[in-house]
Design a protein around this ligand. Structure first.
Ligand SMILES: *Cc1c(COP(=O)(O)O)cnc(C)c1O
Length: 436
């Protein structure tokens, strides 16, 4: 049984009735006790905002509401609250009310690229399915801020069925991303129902779930949830850690359950001014993630959503961070830094330049240390002319699984217990000439 850490206990004790570890670690208890107002924040953190700050927070929360799980609130370091990365992601800042001309309520045009309610179909072979409009925590940096707190609702079965019908009728879709909101805020049986529907569609090869619960509500990752999810493989899970402090013993446990359940884990971070815009913080975060079997997937440049101006950094900061990672640490600890194109162009990767120059003969490169080197191009290269006539192509275009049977045949020859002395193709001409 988990014992509460000091800060968790402090917060737990402040609820009217004393909280047991069993209650604290129950995700439904956490949700039912999510903090939605400034008075409770003051009480639980044992802090007092100035009248001016209080008014600012209240005013901001009228436009963009507050919701924080007691667990996530307990991670705030009150001795340096204003600079705390958890505080900044959870508690409103009056800067959210400043909108500049370049900001939009739906910068990624997700509503425009939506052929049917609940679906965003932007890329040829994959779609976003908004399965839940509920979150356990309202991230201050949410790109879908326009929707946050609107109404916390779970789309009904009819809406989901219509979205799934679209997928069923669109054979190009081989990858479905469940997002939201947070799909893990659905009850197990509802999520099970959605995943079962997707399993039945033959052209859907993989399903992914994007969730922040391992960060803000790690107790959601229950053994029952894992057992249910295991029946829907192949399932990829992406989470959203932004700062090394968010990795705690509870979140480690959640990640361990997911990894032991056999789900490949990825992480999508957002580059946030004042939270993680520092190569040292990012490197530590990436190291902690891979230690917990989570592969850093994307590092997002902050979107042009309304109310996020104070979180935005120049793109140069992201490039500086990536520069500090590539070559300096394990390749699989380096996320792809992307800018999600305003207007709906999708994610565009951005990188430092390693290719300095080239001629038909040589390529000039620099490495992570600044060493400049050359790569000699091949003297002869016969490009394969492609006229889409694959039948005549000399590349091996049989793309189905290779036949393991032949290897098994050789195993037969190697085995001491088998008396077979040779393997002969069935249509061997020499054998057909033999008179039996
Ligand atoms: C991010 C995103 C995807 C998935 O993109 P990947 O690069 O495959 O992870 C799909 N659809 C939409 C609308 C997205 O924003």
């Amino acid at each position: 049984m988990k014992t509460l850490t000091l800060s968790e206990q402090k917060i737990a004790d402040l609820f009217d009735n004393k909280i047991t570890a069993a209650q604290w670690t129950n995700w439904k208890w956490q949700l039912a006790h999510s903090i939605r107002d400034i008075d409770t924040i003051e009480k639980l953190l044992n802090v007092e905002f100035s009248q001016n700050d209080r008014e600012k927070i209240i005013k901001t929360a009228e436009k963009f509401p507050i919701s924080v799980t007691p667990y996530y609130l307990s991670l705030i370091d009150t001795s340096d609250m204003e600079n705390d990365p958890v505080y900044k992601q959870a508690i409103p800042s009056v800067s959210e009310l400043i909108t500049s001309k370049s900001e939009m309520s739906d910068p990624l045009a997700e509503d425009k690229d939506s052929p049917v309610g609940g679906i965003t179909h932007r890329y040829p072979d994959r779609v976003l399915l908004l399965a839940s409009n509920v979150c356990s925590m309202y991230c201050r940096h949410c790109t879908r801020k326009r929707r946050v707190g609107d109404v916390d609702y779970i789309p009904d079965k009819k809406t989901i069925e219509r979205a799934i019908d679209y997928i069923k009728n669109t054979p190009k879709v081989r990858d479905v991303l469940l997002s939201g909101g947070d799909p893990f805020l659905l009850p197990d049986d509802y999520l099970d129902w959605i995943l079962s529907k997707l399993d039945k569609i033959e052209h859907v090869e993989v399903v992914r779930i994007g969730t922040r619960t391992p960060v803000v509500l790690p107790y959601r990752i229950t053994d029952e949830l894992i057992e249910m999810l295991k029946t829907h493989q192949p399932l990829w899970i992406n989470t959203h850690f932004n700062h090394p402090r968010e990795i705690t013993s509870s979140s480690r446990m959640a990640l361990r359950k997911l990894a032991d359940g056999g789900f490949p884990l990825g992480n999508q971070s957002v580059l946030l001014a004042g939270v993680n815009d520092c190569p040292r913080i990012m490197k530590k975060l990436m190291h902690k993630l891979v230690q917990n079997r989570v592969r850093p997937y994307y590092l997002y440049q902050c979107d042009l959503s309304e109310g996020l101006a104070h979180f935005r950094t120049p793109v140069g900061k992201g490039i500086e961070i990536v520069e500090s990672l590539i070559g300096h640490t394990s390749g699989f600890a380096v996320p792809t830094y992307v800018i999600d194109a305003p207007g709906g162009g999708g994610k565009i990767p951005v990188m430092p330049n390693y290719l300095i120059s080239w001629s038909t003969n040589k390529v000039v490169l620099r490495n992570y240390e600044g060493v400049i080197t050359t790569y000699k191009e091949p003297d002869s290269y016969e490009p394969i002319f492609c006229d889409r006539n694959c039948d005549d192509c000399r590349l091996h275009l049989k793309l189905d699984d290779a036949d393991e049977y032949k290897a098994m045949g050789i195993g037969k020859l190697l085995a001491d217990f088998d008396k077979t002395i040779s393997l002969t193709p069935a249509n061997n001409e020499r054998h057909s000439r033999r008179n039996l």
